[in-house]
Design a protein around this ligand. Structure first.
Ligand code: G4P
Length: 289
């Protein structure tokens, strides 16, 4: 399955971001630590490399991600030129407090009265850009919500005396190349609930959990996972929780919803949907198709 998502403001956002990049010294790219490559917009790299801007790649929501996978992603990104990778959670003020110094070290020639440090925050919807800005500025400056594409208005804000933050509208490339990326984004709520059937997304998540985190399924719901497939996992959730529709059938829809909710909130545990290794394997498979 492929997902087509063509919000009208995306092209306008790219044009605007390209113009802004000219007057930017440093890009903060916010990624979801649970799915960093699936949650990155290739346009960000394209635009910043064209202007040779350094980048602080924030692997956000580490409170929800698998720490081993996050460490692997940090090493993966830091092998790239001009990039510092910073795993963090906007829920932890101490993590946020380190950002200004990291930015300054990436652009040491800026941040003085004659040359203010101009920072552009970029990333797809729902990775936590607005929450990050609010935390950095210690005030509510942008609408924060769990529905995609909430951040629509471009803003210019002063982080310090000589540091300016520019927020860009949430962006996502118009076509998601790999079906798995769309599924990961939907499971993590970066694609709106209308874009995909929730049950299909839950089945994808269940299969991934069976493969990589079966012990978390057992710990949360109390069933053994041997011999199960994704659909059977959702049925087990329905059975264990007593979700039934009229007539006594299992309420598959409700169980799918609960599984997704438990993943999104971290109730299932700290889970990463991809690692550098699984990404490399997915790319090879995609190229062969
Ligand atoms: P955006 O601007 O990039 O579109 O994202 P936004 O800040 O609106 O954040 C999207 C959701 O992600 C919000 O959830 C926000 O609280 C949550 N979030 C942001 N950073 C983190 C983080 O480091 N860890 C966790 N666990 N969540 C994070 P929400 O459900 O709308 O709000 P809330 O109920 O969590 O406050």
């Amino acid at each position: 399955m492929s997902i087509q998502w063509f919000p009208g403001h995306m092209n306008a956002a790219k044009k605007e971001a390209a113009e802004q990049m000219e007057n930017t010294d440093l890009v903060i790219e916010v990624l979801d630590a649970r799915l960093p490559e699936a949650s990155c917009n290739p346009m960000v790299e394209e635009l910043r490399k064209f202007r040779q801007r350094p980048c602080l790649k924030i692997l956000n929501k580490t409170d929800l991600a698998d720490p081993a996978a996050t460490a692997a992603w940090k090493a993966y990104y830091e092998a790239q030129q001009g990039v510092t990778a910073y795993p963090m959670s906007t829920k932890h003020p101490a993590d946020v407090a380190r950002i200004p110094a990291l930015c300054q070290s990436l652009a040491p020639h800026r941040g003085v009265p004659t040359k203010p440090l101009r920072i552009m925050i970029m990333g797809i919807p729902n990775v936590g850009k607005s929450t990050l800005m609010n935390a950095l500025l210690k005030k509510r400056v942008a609408k924060v919500g769990d529905e995609p594409a909430v951040t629509k208005i471009q803003q210019k804000l002063y982080l310090g005396k000589h540091t300016v933050l520019v927020d860009t509208p949430g962006m996502l490339w118009p076509k998601i190349a790999m079906a798995g990326d769309g599924m990961m984004l939907a499971a993590s709520h970066a694609v709106g609930s209308n874009a995909l059937i929730e049950e299909e997304v839950a089945e994808f998540l269940a299969n991934l959990l069976l493969d990589r985190y079966p012990q978390l399924l057992t710990a949360r719901y109390g069933f053994k996972t041997e011999g199960l497939d994704g659909i059977a996992v959702i049925e087990q959730v329905a059975q264990r929780r007593g979700f039934r529709v009229r007539g006594g059938e299992f309420d598959y829809e409700k169980a799918a919803h609960v599984l997704l909710h438990d993943y999104r909130t971290g109730a299932l545990g700290r889970i990463s949907l991809e690692t550098p290794e699984t990404r490399a394997a997915a790319l090879i498979q995609h190229a062969a198709e």
